[in-house]
Design a protein around this ligand. Structure first.
Ligand SMILES: Cc1cc2nc3c(=O)[nH]c(=O)nc-3n(C[C@H](O)[C@H](O)[C@H](O)COP(=O)(O)OP(=O)(O)OC[C@H]3O[C@@H](n4cnc5c(N)ncnc54)[C@H](O)[C@@H]3O)c2cc1C
Length: 345
């Protein structure tokens, strides 16, 4: 596939240092060859040109070159072998609740976890809850609460997966992933696919960020909890769900689009600039929460990006603050909104 210089610097597997940013794509023939090799070992877990829409909460985006569902460690190793042979751009997709895939799609290999990576164990004597990378965060919060394990309630309002939460250091309601994470099990698709345990310091968890790069897959996590009466935990869950319903819009969106600038809130700045309701095609700034951009049923990814760009430019003009997207942009290439992941995921 397209040759690319990708010097490996010291650090945990699959860190952002493992290849330079920028658009890399595979040709259709290269994707066919990759899909064929993977199908030989993973069968109908492999799909060619699956639409991105159903894989993301924005429900937009073009075809995914090769999509593979992996359900056990052996699948990850098979995937790593194929990655070694073909060197495609990589993208791990959780619930797609922080992703915008371009209308042209992603000309590389995307991975979704399921099977054994969907399991939760909230019954350990040491109070540590283990969860596979594919586990939906609201389900994790509810399973822990039902088992009398508190501290993970904040996840009930975040519609991502455990893997996505580790990668993004997801948080809310006064807590974030690095405060509860004991260790994550991370495989590197460019280094054989074996899982390694990494603690929060090794993952470099910061504000909605980590040092994990596109070739790193979070297969599972161990999370610290404290004892909590199930009815007390359930009341906290209900309170958080109520707050979300009151303050955030429904429909197709990906949560907060921009990171909060130091000492301020992106939503407050956008609102103060009078941008609620700003529309481009089928996408618009939510009238309910200014840092959410919503997509109508007929919206395109280009519409969403047009709103991102318009908001960013208007806020910069009015306040001098350059808002940085938290939303991960996939397949937009070098001229995508800065902060995006380019075609390299
Ligand atoms: C209504 C709504 C409310 C939200 N509220 C919050 C909030 O309060 N706080 C918050 O932090 N976020 C919030 N989000 C954003 C989003 O849910 C989080 O960023 C979440 O962590 C993303 O998880 P995901 O599984 O959907 O990841 P995706 O969106 O699929 O991917 C996001 C990034 O994580 C990577 N990734 C996903 N899974 C894995 C894995 N297993 N291994 C390695 N990398 C992986 C992807 O490659 C990508 O870079 C909200 C989103 C919505 C739609």
């Amino acid at each position: 596939m397209n040759g690319t210089d990708h010097r490996v610097e010291a650090g945990p597997p699959g860190t952002t240092a493992d290849r330079p940013p920028g658009a890399r794509t595979c040709s259709p023939g290269e994707l066919d060859a990759l899909a064929a090799e993977l199908a030989a070992s993973l069968g109908d877990r492999v799909r060619r040109a699956a639409p991105a829409g159903p894989l993301t909460t924005y429900r937009v985006g073009g075809p995914i070159g090769v999509l593979v569902r992996v359900g056990e460690p052996g699948h990850v190793e098979a995937l790593a072998d194929a990655v070694g042979h073909h060197d495609p751009p990589l993208l791990v997709i959780g619930r797609g609740s922080n992703l915008l895939v371009s209308d042209e799609g992603f000309a590389g290999l995307a991975v979704v976890l399921d099977g054994r990576f969907s399991e939760v164990d909230a019954g350990r004597d040491d109070g540590i809850v283990t969860a596979g990378g594919a586990v939906p965060l609201p389900m994790l919060a509810r399973r822990a609460a039902a088992a009398g394990r508190g501290g993970l309630e904040f996840y009930v309002g975040i519609p991502g997966t455990v893997g996505g939460a580790v990668r993004m250091n997801a948080g809310g309601h006064g807590r974030e992933t690095r405060e509860v994470l004991v260790r994550a099990w991370v495989a590197d698709l460019r280094s054989g696919g074996g899982a390694r345990p990494l603690d929060p310091a090794a993952l470099g968890l910061g504000y909605r960020s980590s040092i994990l790069g596109p070739s790193a897959i979070v297969l599972g996590a161990e999370l610290a909890t404290e004892p909590c009466r199930p009815d007390t935990c359930e009341a906290r869950l209900a309170e958080i769900v109520r707050w979300r319903r009151d303050h955030q819009p429904g429909g197709a969106n990906a949560g907060s689009v921009f990171r909060n600038p130091p000492g301020d809130s992106a939503g407050r700045l956008i609102d103060a600039c009078g941008l609620k309701g700003l529309r481009r095609g089928g996408a618009f700034v939510s009238p309910k929460h200014a840092n959410f951009i919503q997509a109508d049923d007929d919206a395109t990814a280009a519409d969403v990006v047009a709103v991102v760009r318009a908001v960013r430019a208007a806020v910069a003009d009015a306040t001098g603050v350059d808002l940085e997207p938290e939303l991960r942009l996939v397949g937009f290439g070098a001229d995508g909104v800065p902060g995006g992941e380019g075609a390299g995921g």
